[in-house]
Design a protein around this ligand. Structure first.
Ligand code: IDP
Ligand code: MG
Length: 141
């Protein structure tokens, strides 16, 4: 297994409810290393870049309204097999299908307002990390 990085977003529903640190802790407590972190508000331009695979989907207008409704926290977690491990810690897209103890089960509201984003492959992680972070702000320790 290789050391990977995943791009995680704490999404607006979770930020507004005060769940930022509880969610980041789910990754940190599983041994994933936080190597970059920032808070920002998505705008439509950024949302269309981040969700480029979804811009033509029927749910995109609702997703756009939601994801730009309040700030988000963008973070990079690093570790062995980080992409798959982060996805497992998050749970599936729909919180209704999420196992006990996953972030989306514990903090998600519905298939749209599901608390967290995580990269779905190493390739996606590289693309997504470059949207939010320049290499000089990613820490080595
Ligand atoms: P993922 O976040 O688990 O990778 P994707 O299929 O990539 O799921 O969808 C991106 C985001 O779009 C989801 O996290 C969710 O916020 C939203 N979304 C996905 N499918 C639906 C849907 O059917 N209705 C409403 N929102 C959706
Ligand atoms: Mg996805």
């Amino acid at each position: 297994m290789a050391i990977e990085r995943s791009l995680i977003l704490v999404k607006p529903d979770a930020v507004v409810k005060g769940n930022i640190t509880a969610i980041l802790n789910r990754f940190e407590s599983q041994g994933l290393k936080l190597v970059a972190c920032r808070m920002l508000k998505m705008d439509e331009k950024l949302a269309r870049i981040h969700y480029e695979a979804h811009v033509d989907k029927p749910f995109f207008p609702g997703l756009l309204t939601y994801i730009t409704s309040a700030p988000i926290v963008a973070a990079i977690f690093e570790g062995e097999d980080a992409v798959a491990r982060c996805r497992a810690i998050m749970g599936p897209t729909n919180p209704a299908n999420a196992p006990e103890g996953t972030i989306r089960k514990d903090f998600g509201e519905n298939i749209e307002r599901n608390a967290v984003h995580g990269s779905d492959s190493v390739e996606s992680a590289k693309r997504e990390i470059s949207i939010y972070f320049t290499p000089d702000v990613i820490q080595e320790y």
